[in-house]
Ligand binder design. Sequence first.
Ligand SMILES: Nc1ncnc2c1ncn2[C@@H]1O[C@H](COP(=O)(O)OP(=O)(O)O)[C@@H](O)[C@H]1O
Ligand SMILES: [Mg+2]
Length: 425
Amino acid sequence: MRVLVIGGGGREHALVWKIAQSPKVSKIYAAPGNAGIAELAECVALKATDIESLANFAERNRIDLTVVGPESPLIAGVVDVFERRGLAIFGPSKEPARLEGSKVYAKEVMRRYRIPTADFSAFSDPQTAAEYVHRRFREGARGLVIKADGEAAGKGVFVVHHVDEALEVIRSLMEERVLGEAGARIVIEEVLIGEEASLMAFTDGVTALPMPPVQDYKRALDNDRGANTGGMGSICPLRLVTPDLQQQAMEQIIHPAIRATRDAGIPFRGVLYAGTMVTEAGVKTLEFNVRFGDPETQAVLPLLENDIVEVMQAAVECRLDEVTLQWKPRYAVCVVIASGGYPGKYETGLPIEGLEEAAQVPECVVFHAGTRKEGDRIVTAGGRVLGVTALGDTLAQARGRAYDAVRCIRFDYMHYRTDIGIKWV
Ligand SMILES: Nc1ncnc2c1ncn2[C@@H]1O[C@H](COP(=O)(O)OP(=O)(O)O)[C@@H](O)[C@H]1O
Ligand SMILES: [Mg+2]
């Protein structure tokens, strides 16, 4: 089989790494890929959002299966374009991808299908939104969460504690449109208290097969300080989510959301991801994503025993009921090494050293995110540079190995968190 992976981050390196282990696969392409992916796949200089060119490429190169990493092409309808041309592709169509593309839509689905989530209201008018926050704080709310409706690459959510702060967020999103059309509408919801867990499942629109629960670390600095990022590390499995809680989440969150997409006419196929808060009152939904998480995937896929290509093909062909997922009874820890300054401004083009040494650490793989080749050197090319992942019999062993490998790696101004998973050891 010939497989095309769309994207070029750490998630896509983990996908390519896992796909390359399939005996069914003879050739992998990645668009655009990165320096790590280039060791396993042929990288093609196409943007993940250049849908027409990607479809032309898949047709010309007789691609048997395309796998989509990031959300943007899914929300823009890459799956619809491929399917219209008879090309097999793993991921949801444009309609069900609205679960991630519009937070207002997602919350409406949650309300209609009684999916546990924070109480909310949606607004398309800043004046009404302002009146609402005044009222909520007058009634004694300690805080509120304000979310831009549209795609905001993780920059559209604000937890606020004062009226003035809330009004400022409303103004910048809805009037100044600092995030463009994403702020045309907003969701305002109650603050949930608890631990966050990422729950992902493969689905063909009817059957859903869960992956083990993951925790990701969004803040830039240790002890969850600093700015929100795309993710600074992840651990799997997160034992806090017991098998009972996981089953509850499948019944109350994942299955109803899939049912909603069936009822809307186009069943969800691909990976459905519920971002959740494990509260004292059970697991509640923060959001839906319509693809693999990054860096969750870097910690999950090394634990999967199955041939992932068989799983994805079964999902595309609506016969996921024939598949049983097998997971290694081990732990995985992924530590992201970022460029100094990320998620703000940072330099690129800095040479990375120690990659071979890091790969010598037992049961460790270094997934590349923002890297590129410059002559025979590998240099930094993005905010998140590497996802250093290790397995162990215990979380402590996996952590120890991941950090042993991290300490082998050097580039100027590199930054990583030292507390990934420490809470659960
Ligand atoms: N209702 C809520 N209560 C508390 N924290 C929240 C709530 N909603 C979101 N958050 C926090 O904001 C982060 C981002 O929100 P999320 O809905 O996942 O949007 P996105 O990932 O698109 O930025 C969450 O990971 C969580 O830390
Ligand atoms: Mg999120």
